[in-house]
Design a protein around this ligand. Sequence first.
Ligand code: PA5
Length: 421
Amino acid sequence: MVKVDLSGAMGFLDSTGPDYGAAGQAHRALAEGKGAGSDFTGWLQLPRRVQGEELKKITAAAERIRDNSEVLVVVGIGGSYLGARAGIELIKPKNGPEIIFAGTGLSPDALNDKLDQLGERDFSVNVISKSGTTLEPAAAFRIFRGLLEKKYGANARKRIYATTDRARGVLKTIADKEGYETFVVPDDVGGRYSVLSAVGLLPLAAAGCDVHTMVGAAAEALYELDLRNPDNPAWQYAATRNALYAKGKRIEILASYEPSFRYMAEWWKQLYGESEGKNGVGIYPASVEYNADLHSMGQYIQDGPRTLMETVVSFDRPRRDYEVPFAMGDPDGLNYLAGRGLGEISRVAMEAVKAAHVAGGVPNIGVSVPLRDEEGFAELVCFFEVACAISGYMLGVNPFDQPGVEAYKKNMFRMLGKPGA
Ligand code: PA5
């Protein structure tokens, strides 16, 4: 289960501490479906809903992809790809097809790089778009679908898996007409909360992740996160970051000492940025990768404007540790570390950074799970989702809409001459 450590944050708060009364109220609104955007809280039931037939269908499709494809091209943007990418990069399953993510932009150079990466290998496509109309993935899908049709002729359709709305949208229409296997993005689940639906689970399973374990751990985590008192780690995180925001900490940096966490941080940025940044309020979510970024962003974090708070995600133990070797004559002066695991050294570094940053005026929230595996991934996903909804309600916004995303689309479609735009 996720643990939250507030020891590096309490000194920055009033003596009353985080406002757990407000967190409790927000949690009640979420659970009882009485808050803004309550039509989009189906993610709270996703693990229970997918267990059974849906998961069987997902794993059967994943097996087919693993049998006949060296590469799976996942086409999607935002909430339609970040969760899967986060899980695959965090867990790093072995022996699956290579996963290439496409449809996240319109750069021709990036597209050509992906085509080069794909080469002549056998591949399948999982196109994911809830609306079915998002330009970036739609354009990429047209291109990869064309490649599949050229390579496999009439059999191309057996290599296309469409994850989209149950009934509406262009993608659903094409999928029905062409006979693609389809998976549903539930009506009551928004993109950024959808990783534990087929949106995330199909690519995760195709890559080789154990999605049964993942969904089971998620069901358990959501049960535990329903706890209605200040021992709930989601309350602790949501209430503390809101209290720090009220004290002028406008930016939250999510940090981890695991490079494989990078896309989890990207997923988290979307979750919190899109959920909270509206009506002129919201903590700005940023991310860093330690130790690397201690040597690039460390100066700013230690000494720049005191508008930062830091949340550090860690894993209790490494999957495999590595001991620093002994060197005869100690030429580099590192023998004081010989025989010690990098895991222990990294943990000491983490404590040293925390002490320095807290002393420098950056509050620190610790978030930890036991291991970098399917269970750890599911626990972090559920924790951050529940905390995000509670935090958004505490902030007074609807954490489930994203009206601001439409502004650029309107301009772009008009300027590109889309009929009717
Ligand atoms: O969280 C969201 O709702 C967005 O990030 C969407 O997932 C993203 O814009 C992609 O939308 P769609 O799945 O409709 O193509």
